[in-house]
Design a protein around this ligand. Structure first.
Ligand SMILES: C=CC1=C(C)c2cc3[nH]c(cc4nc(cc5[nH]c(cc1n2)c(C)c5CCC(=O)O)C(CCC(=O)O)=C4C)c(C)c3C=C
Ligand SMILES: [Fe+2]
Length: 486
């Protein structure tokens, strides 16, 4: 390992600075730091999780934390003298002249309708997302009219689903609870942080969370999507929103916003491989297996939310690979505990006219039932809260289908929610990611380039688009494609 240089400096309870990196691997620093500014001791451990953190050049100071300082950093200049550090970030200088970090954690999630009247506008937001319905460039002008049409037509069916689970999505409440639990877990690690919730398709929107982060004058932000595995359609979509809010190129109001464009940000892109998560999932599965009369005979049935095959095959979505690795790790953990049940993975919740990842959950359930499997434990694995697809699709639709197909004993593992080992692991992920935060506008990870906005061109496009959309939407091909969303 080529540890080039390291420097630690302390200022009262603040300190900063290590350079610990070789060309290919990031290393986590696990640090013990005394409250007095006497010494900081850090141990190095090779940390694969860092590969999933957008780790960009930075420098900064951080209260009560070890920092990673990347020698390749073109921006990261930390100037220190007599216990005071200045840097090219946005930390706040206190009366005493000590630079104080205000750490923020932004939890990203999908969002869901709070009540039945929200269902159609929620669906509109979802289908208007070009990461959810991906139209060829030439047809992008159809995105919004199509979203309007599909959302209106799908709303009655979706409403039935939401009505069956109490009249709305539980996602906001559960995500708020996770945010509070995470804040407390961070506090237990002596990290004081504000935790924000930013939803992609419903309140509180990511945009609102970012406004609050600005108002609170957060000086260092960790972005933590609540999806264990990365998909273009979930984490990717939310990061795209953040990029458009942070990048000075994209938004005239943000261009003048010195705070946001300089704010050091670390994005944890995926975390399915973290030991704490894997063990927490294994705990839940092991516990649920015990509710069966013959636990070793139970088939463990992982059911993941699907994505269209084209995402994986044409656009490099790592979702399928990550999902398979995730299942492997969970099964390995169970094996280490002497649990050697059979298992399988299938994909649920397909929508629309295209091919989705296979095998499909509904088809596999029927096959398993018909092939003589008698006991089955469903494990939702792509999401960490209960939501419509666990409470309605799995608990009602799939359970009924499985029982009709010959399965006699049915069980379902609950979502992780606020399970304490899981929340502690998320808190550790946040602490590990903090040092790698850097200004997002300097990110080289901007995969999506937005067009500049020209108001006249936009109006022409809208008018032309509406007429063409109206004609196209009435074409037989389009009608049959839209029908697949219902
Ligand atoms: C990892 C999780 C998810 C992936 C991947 C995902 C992709 C994806 N979803 C749709 C369409 C819909 N999703 C809907 C709800 C929904 N989706 C997820 C998670 C993933 N989606 C969650 C957690 C929820 C539920 C939110 C809640 O309110 O509880 C819906 C609305 C519900 C319905 O009408 O069925 C749609 C539609 C697509 C097209 C897609 C990938 C391209
Ligand atoms: Fe979905």
């Amino acid at each position: 390992m080529d540890v080039k240089s390291s420097s630690a400096l302390l200022s009262n309870t603040n300190f900063s600075g290590f350079t610990l990196r070789n060309s290919d691997h990031a290393f986590s620093t696990s640090c013990s730091y005394p409250r007095s500014p006497m010494a900081v001791s850090c141990q190095l451990s090779k940390n694969s999780h860092h590969e999933n953190v957008t780790s960009l050049p930075l420098s900064n100071t951080l209260t009560n934390h070890c920092l990673t300082f990347d020698k390749r950093n073109p921006l990261g200049k930390t100037f220190c003298s007599a216990g005071v550090c200045t840097y090219d970030g946005v930390a706040v200088e206190s009366h005493s002249g000590i630079v104080e970090e205000k750490v923020g954690v932004l939890l990203l999630n999908l969002g869901g309708p709070d009540k039945l009247d929200d269902v159609q506008p929620f669906l509109y937001n979802l289908f208007a997302d070009p990461d959810i319905i991906r139209l060829p460039r030439l047809f992008r002008f159809l995105q919004r009219p199509l979203a309007q049409l599909i959302s209106v037509l799908r709303a009655p069916k979706s409403k039935e689903g939401y009505a069956a689970i109490g009249g709305g999505s539980p996602l906001r409440k559960i995500t708020d609870e996770q945010a509070n639990a995470l804040k407390m877990a961070l506090e237990a690690m002596k990290v004081s942080a504000n935790v924000y919730v930013g939803m992609r398709y419903w309140y509180p929107f990511t945009e609102e969370a970012i406004q609050q982060i600005k108002r609170d004058r957060i000086t260092r932000l960790v972005v933590l999507p609540l999806y264990p595995q990365y998909s273009i359609s979930t984490t990717g979509s939310s990061i795209r929103v953040l990029q458009s809010l942070f990048s000075s190129k994209l938004d005239l109001t943000v261009r003048k916003d010195a705070h946001l464009s300089k704010l050091p940000v670390a994005v944890i892109k995926s975390w399915y491989q973290r030991e704490g998560y894997v063990k927490s999932m294994a705990d839940l599965i092991a516990k649920e297996l015990e509710t069966f009369s013959e636990p070793s005979e139970v088939m463990i049935f992982f059911s993941a939310h699907g994505v269209p095959v084209s995402y994986v095959e044409n656009s490099g979505d790592p979702y399928k690979d990550q999902m398979e690795e995730c299942i492997f790790l969970i099964m390995q953990e169970l094996k280490a505990r002497g649990i050697e049940n059979k298992h399988t993975l299938a994909y649920q919740s397909r929508v629309g006219p295209v091919q989705w990842l296979k095998p499909y959950t509904d088809e596999v359930l029927v096959e398993l039932g018909q092939s003589g499997v008698k006991s089955l434990l469903a494990v939702p694995v792509s999401f960490v809260s209960e939501h419509i697809e666990t409470l309605e699709e799995i608990d009602m639709e799939y359970k009924e289908l499985a029982l009709e197909s010959g399965i006699k004993n049915w069980g379902r593992v609950p979502a992780l929610g606020c399970t304490s080992s899981f929340i502690t692991d998320l808190a550790e992920a946040v602490v590990e990611a903090l040092p790698s935060a850097t200004a997002m506008s300097a990110s080289s990870d901007t995969s999506i380039v937005e067009e500049d906005h020209d108001p006249i061109r936009d109006v022409v496009k809208l008018l032309f688009g509406s007429v063409l959309a109206f004609l196209l939407l009435l074409s037989p091909k389009m009608i049959s494609a839209v029908k697949n969303y219902l």
